[in-house]
Unconditional design. Structure first.
Length: 145
């Protein structure tokens, strides 16, 4: 669902008067009587009415704001309400590009940003890489290096 404040084109700290003015302006602009047989305008008019019905009621607005705050907290620091959709798409796909170096470090044993090996590899330089499939490949193919 789109942000109700964005639908009305107002800030989240808008007063009741600002909400009412924005609603009236948009309702007049997208009213079905002004645009007969235009499905897009009719849909936009419905969205505007829904947004206004929530934001004009102090109780409903408070619930809506609390729900958004909880959702933003659950999404974590990569959630940006005003950022581009690429960041949000990556977050919903489960990819955390801001901290991907940690994942890379866990699997491959070094940080590509600093080109430094992990502490575990420093302490045990002869340790076998758990992702090394050379031995498995050799057994499967029946060859030995």
């Amino acid at each position: 669902m789109e942000n109700l404040y964005q639908i009305l084109g107002i800030a989240e700290n808008a007063s009741e008067e600002e909400i009412k003015l924005a609603y009236r302006k948009l309702a007049k602009k997208y009213h079905p009587d002004a645009h007969p047989d235009d499905a897009a305008c009719e849909k936009k008019f419905q969205e505007i009415n829904e947004a206004y019905s929530v934001l004009s009621s102090p109780e409903k607005r408070k619930k809506y704001d609390e729900t958004n705050r909880r959702a933003a907290a659950a999404e974590g620091p990569a959630f940006r309400r005003d950022s581009g959709s690429r960041q949000q798409d990556a977050q919903t796909a489960g990819v955390d590009f801001e901290h991907i170096h940690r994942t890379f470090e866990q699997f491959f044993g070094f940080n590509p940003g600093t080109k430094d090996v992990t502490d575990e590899q420093k302490l045990n330089p002869g340790a076998k890489n758990p992702l090394d499939t050379t031995e498995l490949f050799e057994r499967f193919m029946g060859i030995k290096r």
